[in-house]
Write a protein that binds this ligand. Structure first.
Ligand code: ATP
Length: 140
């Protein structure tokens, strides 16, 4: 299978605790290559737009507030089966259910402040990558 790309976000709970390097090491150890990366402060409108699919969920407002509570690191990860591999490395949404060795098991604070986001399909990955990056910013 050709290399696939996925969109990852290191969330504010993790940037606040200086965990960017440790989380990136997990990706690289799993064979995912960080082919683009930038640290930014999302606005409320940007975070709301990114999570628009969750608009009707009860946690939407809190999630948007959390995502703008500090800087995030948006990144493009590349590798074989990158979408699935990244979700495996991330672990379950709720850290209480995450497998040993996963990012969320080791670092997440709660179901909301769970340290990372990862696209859930190749199709959504393409949309989410385009949300953060221009093609010229991605270097395999
Ligand atoms: N019950 C909840 N209470 C509070 N926040 C939640 C809850 N469920 C999900 N979230 C937050 O919303 C994000 C998106 O939820 P979703 O169900 O799509 O989880 P996911 O697919 O594991 O995570 P992500 O989309 O971030 O990769 C979660 O990562 C988490 O930060």
């Amino acid at each position: 299978m050709a290399a696939e790309r996925t969109l990852s976000i290191i969330k504010p709970d993790a940037t606040r605790r200086n965990l960017t390097g440790k989380i990136n090491a997990k990706f690289e150890e799993a064979g995912l290559r960080i082919v683009a990366q930038k640290r930014l402060q999302l606005t409320e409108a940007q975070a709301g737009a990114f999570y628009a699919v969750h608009k009707e969920r009860p946690f939407y407002k809190d999630l948007v507030s959390f995502m703008i509570s500090g800087p995030v690191v948006a990144q493009v990860l590349e590798g074989e089966n990158a979408v699935a591999k990244n979700r495996e490395v991330m672990g379950a949404t709720n850290p209480a259910n995450a497998a040993a060795g996963t990012i969320r098991k080791e670092f997440a604070e709660s179901i909301e402040a769970n340290s990372v986001h990862g696209s859930d399909s190749a199709e959504n990955a393409a949309t989410e990558i385009a949300f953060f990056f221009a093609g010229i910013e991605i270097t395999g």
